[in-house]
Design a protein around this ligand. Structure first.
Ligand SMILES: [Zn+2]
Length: 324
């Protein structure tokens, strides 16, 4: 990756208190807010843990105690085997979106190519062409220390000042937050006036990441969530075949409580049926497949207010019923 990842000194200038929004000042392996309440947030090995205890489902203490937060660490053998089998978790739009975002970012002046990743995951996901955009400065965040997160924060209270970023990336995150609209509003707040948002969110996918899974969106629901953005592009991120493979996998796993048996069912389904997901790129071009989608992506440009009204949502629908 040739992208420049920001370091601690760069991060410091843009940090804000996740509780009161005041500027943060470094203070002996911690950050103290300059607001009247003087909120203090401890670092963990140089990573600021900036959570609002009143709203986050995560606790700073758990990070400091090294307790599990979001990602379970699978056994090495399970990880290796998993990589050999075709996974239904295929984002068929990823390549297209990265190219599109790379174009949009490259159109901006070099100083205005600041990228915020909300939910960088375990660091295994790449950014393709997007990572090669010259002069882009990246800041990756998550509610996990498993990846490259430079800041641990919750999307519901982003610890950054207004208009600090030009592109916000939020992939497979909004289903894991209690208040998706608040999180999108936060991303809207930290984006510059004409900044770009990129989100992909599942519509039909079984519960994943256990206790940290809360919500799903249709294409229309996803658009309404993003109503303060002009749509640049949107479409299917996960296809109907993925949904089918997941359904069979979870149907079989429903019979078993033991981790081992569930893993066997999962592996067996993927081995026998995983190939079906290679049909999804063909279906992605068909409107009739939209009703059966596993999830949608949205690329939008920040607007100062709503870009469509409630009634316009009816005409926004794209699926089998719109083809009659
Ligand atoms: Zn504060």
């Amino acid at each position: 990756m040739s992208a420049t990842f920001v370091h601690r000194r760069d991060v410091a200038a843009s940090l804000r208190c996740p509780v009161c929004g005041s500027a943060l000042k470094p203070a002996d392996a911690a950050w103290r807010c300059t607001g009247a309440a003087g909120h203090v947030f401890r670092d963990l090995e140089g990573v600021p843990i900036l959570l609002n205890p009143a709203r986050s489902v995560f606790r700073a203490e758990d990070f400091h105690a090294r307790a599990r937060t979001t990602f379970k660490d699978p056994a090495a053998w399970a990880l290796r085997l998993g990589k050999l089998l075709p996974s239904p978790s295929r984002d068929i739009s990823a390549g297209h979106c990265r190219r599109r975002l790379a174009q949009l970012l490259a159109q901006r002046p070099v100083k205005r190519r600041r990228v915020l990743v909300v939910g960088c995951g375990d660091g295994s996901a790449g950014y393709g062409e997007l990572a090669a955009v010259e002069g882009a400065r990246w800041l990756e965040t998550d509610v996990s220390l498993a990846g490259r997160a430079a800041v641990v924060c919750d999307a519901s209270d982003l610890p950054f000042g207004d208009g600090q970023f030009d592109l916000v990336i939020c992939v497979a995150v909004l289903e894991h937050v209690l208040e998706p609209q608040r999180c999108v509003d936060e991303m809207h707040r930290v984006l510059a006036d004409d900044g770009i948002i990129y989100a992909t969110t599942p519509f039909m996918q079984q519960v994943h990441m256990g206790e940290y899974d809360f919500t799903r969106f249709t294409r229309s629901g996803h658009r309404w969530l993003m109503r303060n953005f002009h749509e640049v592009d949107s479409g299917l991120a996960t296809g109907p075949a993925s949904v089918l493979v997941w359904s069979i996998e979870y149907f079989l796993m429903s019979w078993f409580a033991s981790v081992g048996a569930r893993r066997v069912m999962k592996g067996l389904t993927r081995l026998l049926l995983g190939w079906m997901t290679f049909l999804d790129p063909l279906l992605a071009r068909r409107d009739a497949a939209y009703d059966a989608s596993g999830g949608f992506y949205f690329i939008g440009r920040r607007a100062s207010g709503p870009t469509l009204g409630a009634r316009e949502m009816i005409g926004y629908y794209r699926g089998a019923d719109a083809l009659k």
